[in-house]
Design a protein around this ligand. Structure first.
Ligand code: URA
Length: 257
């Protein structure tokens, strides 16, 4: 590219932002058309098809995660065990690990999906636009991360940001699930609020939040309420009515059991 002066560079940057770019990935552009087409495909094993099972990929990472999580006797130890866990590829691309926010020991534990760009920068869950809406939703029922009488505790299924906010992969959920289960056991909430499809996948083994939301169920031995993810509500505000009904249901559960 010809050299550009400061003003041209700034104009180019503005143009990219208008197109929707939110992040610089690397210093030099990559021309993907020049990447050699002849990438050798892995040879198919005779008589076998479908994804390679986790166990066949090397060490049993789920067993390792389970063991590491079980060894944690406190939330601080669990945080340290997760930070030392090297099998999740997401860790390499993330800026910060996002463990939790709010008040440990609160009656309500909210389980989100995975950090986004803002959470990755700050190291706390739900601090971006979705987080602002989540805080407003909680405030509407007199709750909050550090509310004096009705605090909540917040975490995510994945502690590291998936690149470009892509969906979590099944193996990533599977290897981080033992840490989530231990997290819930150590935080000892009375109820879980499961926000979004991937949290439902991790804790209930199924997706379809439109069908699941608002129906109390059980997860990790606790009453659990699936709800729409606040990021979804930002995109589809017409569903805020359902979210409000679910918040009232949460409040009623805490008040009347
Ligand atoms: N979405 C989530 O599910 N979790 C966060 O922490 C932020 C956005």
């Amino acid at each position: 590219m010809e050299s550009v002066d400061y003003h041209q560079a700034l104009a180019l940057l503005h143009w990219q932002i208008e197109l929707g770019a939110t992040e610089a990935i690397c210093d030099a552009p990559v021309n993907r058309y020049e990447v050699p087409a002849a990438v050798e495909k892995p040879k198919a094993q005779k008589g076998k098809s479908g994804p390679v099972p986790l166990a066949a990929q090397g060490p049993d990472v789920v067993a390792e995660a389970t063991q590491a999580a079980a060894g944690a006797a406190t939330l601080d130890e669990l945080r340290a065990a997760m930070a030392a866990f090297e099998h999740c590829e997401l860790k390499r691309g993330a800026r910060k690990m996002v463990f939790s926010d709010g008040t440990p020991g609160a009656r309500v534990m909210i389980v989100g999906e995975a950090p986004g760009r803002d959470e990755d920068r700050e190291g706390r869950p739900f601090v971006g636009r979705a987080g602002v809406l989540l805080d407003k939703m909680l405030a509407a029922i007199d709750m909050g991360r550090h509310h004096q009488t009705s605090p909540v505790y917040i975490t995510n299924v994945l502690p590291w940001r998936p690149p470009q906010n892509r969906d979590p992969k099944p193996d990533e959920i599977a290897m981080m699930k033992p840490f989530l289960a231990r997290h819930i056991a150590l935080a000892k909430p009375e109820v879980l609020v499961i926000v979004g499809n991937w949290s439902a996948q991790a804790l209930l083994g199924k997706r379809g939040i439109t069908r699941l939301r608002g129906q109390w169920t059980q997860a990790e031995g606790l009453p659990a309420l699936p709800m729409f993810h606040p990021a979804y509500l930002l995109r589809s505000p017409e569903f805020k009515r359902e979210a409000w009904a679910d918040l009232l249901s949460l409040k009623a559960k805490l008040t009347h059991g």
